[in-house]
Design a protein around this ligand. Structure first.
Ligand SMILES: NC(=O)c1ccc[n+]([C@@H]2O[C@H](COP(=O)([O-])OP(=O)(O)OC[C@H]3O[C@@H](n4cnc5c(N)ncnc54)[C@H](O)[C@@H]3O)[C@@H](O)[C@H]2O)c1
Ligand SMILES: [Zn+2]
Ligand SMILES: [Zn+2]
Length: 392
């Protein structure tokens, strides 16, 4: 089959690889019909190279048709139309029972002391083959895959794999009420979707980015935007719009590769250039993130407010302004989205009148062959690209 594979720093390729086969009785094989490109894939492209091996199949936003199921999968049949969460979880362990499938104790990657295995997301997350391919092997298929009805286009449901639950969890963790203000940093797919969800809940949303098309897109549906390149101090600008207090909560939808952290960017680049035997231990113990967005979040949140981090961080020695966090009495929530935890709340919004605009959310529908260009353009924010869906 064809698959998008990681080849090195800022290099992906489309290659022929062996078709996946059932390995365990609770596996399923899915024929992919749509599969997203995520900001998290850019971390593999740019900074997480030390945890990758050339040839790794990447991607973690799959949707398609069930081809084959193992003997223990009672819930799926060949021909079912499914969306598959980006994390692999068992559904019945201590963590899964508490609505935390990202921490699943059956699939945790203990060698790296990380949470649940993820599709296509480096050795740190289990080195499981990813979803930007013709076919995908889905472990623990009795729990993850979400059956969806025939009829509507794939895009109606595809974003249940990642973008929708991630945006949903970001807003839920922010814990703001209808009369409050949420600041959303980053208006890529995640910040954009979090904004749509918050606005629907009657929350006032201020959004920040530096990409003109992303700012225009967000303001077109009601986000009050701030162009990072046009203000000296984002937090000061936010305070000026919130009675001098700051936002009631902030969603950081930027993460470890924020614009505006030149020193950390140099360190990340340097680590990426070292041989894997040196760079991997260095990243595991001494890694740092580009913290510009997180610092903005800490500054811009009001006293007693909440920071909700959806953007992925991976540093182990990040310096943080603990004095400010403690003094301002900030609540901090974060993590990968617990997909199945939120699906039942989101599904009623995926209707023909499309209140979240999922049918028109993707800016690009491309073939798998176009993956190398898509990764480069998404990284550069070129060609008005916000969300890419590959259709194998
Ligand atoms: N928690 C989860 O489960 C989960 C799921 C999916 C994605 N993510 C993470 O969410 C983040 C966003 O992903 P995405 O798909 O939207 O990708 P993205 O990279 O397109 O979005 C990031 C956006 O932040 C903007 N930005 C950069 N620096 C900024 C700054 N200092 N201030 C404000 N904006 C800034 C960029 O211009 C870009 O538009 C990534 O870190 C990704 O790994 C997390
Ligand atoms: Zn993702
Ligand atoms: Zn579990």
């Amino acid at each position: 089959m064809r698959a998008v594979t990681w080849q090195g720093h800022r290099r992906v390729a489309v290659e022929e690889v062996p078709d996946p086969i059932l390995k365990e009785p609770d596996d399923a094989i899915i024929r992919i019909t749509s599969t997203g490109l995520c900001g998290s894939d850019l971390h593999l492209y740019e900074t997480l190279g030390p945890f990758m091996t050339p040839g790794d199949v990447i991607g973690h936003e799959p949707m398609g048709i069930v081809e084959e199921v193992g003997a223990d999968v009672a819930t799926l049949r060949p021909g079912d139309r499914v969306v598959v969460p980006f994390q692999i979880a068992c559904g019945h362990c201590f963590m899964c029972e508490r609505g935390l499938p990202t921490q699943c104790e059956t699939t945790q990657v203990r060698e790296y002391r990380t949470g649940a295995a993820l599709f296509g997301y480096s050795s740190m997350y289990g080195a499981v083959a990813g979803a930007q391919a013709d076919f995908l092997r889905v472990p623990h298929a009795g729990y993850g895959p979400i059956k969806v009805p025939e009829g509507p286009p794939d895009d109606r449901f595809l974003f249940l794999s990642d973008v929708l639950p991630t945006g949903w969890q970001a807003v839920a963790y922010a814990g703001v009420g209808a009369d409050e203000t949420l600041l959303v940093l980053g208006l890529g797919p995640i910040g954009d979707m979090a904004s749509r969800i918050a606005l629907r809940q009657g929350i006032r949303v201020i959004g920040v980015d530096l990409v003109p098309e992303r700012l225009v897109r967000a303001s077109s549906y009601g986000v009050e935007t701030i162009d990072l390149t046009q203000v000296d101090d984002v937090a000061e600008e936010v305070r000026s719009r919130t009675h001098g207090r700051g936002a009631d909560a902030v969603v950081d939808a930027v993460g470890m590769e924020a614009h505006g952290s030149p020193v950390a960017e140099m360190v990340q680049r340097f680590a990426g250039m070292l041989p894997k035997s040196m760079s991997q231990p260095m990243m595991r113990r001494g890694g740092i993130d580009r913290l510009a967005a997180l610092h903005t979040a800490i500054d811009a949140v009001r006293r007693g407010g909440t920071l909700s981090l959806a953007g992925v961080y991976g540093g182990q020695t990040d310096p943080l302004p603990m004095l400010t966090l403690f003094d301002k009495q900030v609540t901090l929530r974060m993590g990968q989205a617990n997909v199945r935890r939120w699906v039942d709340e989101i599904l009623p919004l995926l209707t023909d009148d499309d209140p979240l605009g999922v049918d028109t959310f993707a800016t690009h529908h491309l073939s798998l062959e176009e993956a190398p260009r898509a990764y480069a353009d998404f990284q550069d924010k070129a060609d008005g690209m916000v969300k890419v869906v590959f259709q194998p």
